[in-house]
Design a protein. Sequence first.
Length: 336
Amino acid sequence: MKIAFVGKGGSGKTTLSSLFIRHLAAAGAPVVAIDADINQHLGAALGLDEREAAAVPAMGERLPLIKDYLRGHNPRIASAATMIKTTPPGEGSRLVRVREPNPLYDACARPVELDGGAVRLMVTGPFTDSDLGVACYHSKTGAVELYLNHLVDGPDEYVVVDMTAGSDSFASGMFTRFDITFLVAEPTRKGVSVYRQYRDYARDYGVVLKVVGNKVQGPDDLDFLRAEVGDDLLVTVGHSDWVRAMEKGRPPRFELLEDANHTALRRLRTSADATYELRDWERYTRQMVHFHLKNAQSWGNERTGADLAAQVDPGFVLGEHLVTLSDAGSSLSPTA
Ligand SMILES: Nc1ncnc2c1ncn2[C@@H]1O[C@H](COP(=O)(O)OP(=O)(O)OP(=O)(O)O)[C@@H](O)[C@H]1O
Ligand SMILES: [Mg+2]
């Protein structure tokens, strides 16, 4: 299952993603955590110190390796150089799973120990506003998008992405890659305006969008969010002393998080789990092709000097049916 946390700068995306990741880890669920936010703070929010956080390799700097691995033996993709962030998988491509070992995780992921178990952390690396343009060939989030487009994930495993609600995710199609998107909004006009923008983009693509109110202090705040967001308001979170203690570098055990916040996190998981029932691999594949053709036309063909529409494998549909055999193989040799 793939889950994004988006929202305005400073709304609490990183804080709430990190709490949700801790919640999943505490329940023993396999998690890949991805920091794709402009300000890279997810590692710190998961308890890494500065040195440890800085040592997590940047996916954005390993794009050639990521592309080469995912391209596999796909005859439609002549070289990593012609693979752009939206290039979809096809026959011969390598697909990735949440739990397996693979060279992509070796290069980009690092384990982070949390109460309950370890999660894998990957980070895009820091990026600037200029990385957020439509035409950016070197887009940092492109590495994440390629990963998501080659990922075959099941219902009981989680990829959680801490992400900026920027134009980049709309242009590339990244915003359509998730089973559910949690939009973190403070009870302010700016907070809800990001929600409206996201909702308007998302409407035509079947994106499941839910608002998580953050820093909600009382009935006034709650009324405001209810009035502005209506039924899309899933749950609200108030000020957390646990979060504050964590920010001071003294994280208490996760079970000591406030009860109301544990309840909110359970609610997020239940909602996410419920969306898996709606999973439509055909639509998922169709949408990646749609955005690939759009990006190919608007900048990719010109940039690579190739006709990138030819990368689309017309009969290919991503899904669990493609990995069942290799799964059986890997379970026979668990140390491989
Ligand atoms: N519920 C909360 N209780 C206490 N502090 C909070 C809460 N939510 C967020 N904060 C604090 O507010 C600040 C901003 O939160 P956070 O970094 O999670 O936001 P963000 O949306 O990821 O920001 P950015 O856009 O800079 O990445 C942090 O210092 C964080 O600890
Ligand atoms: Mg952040």
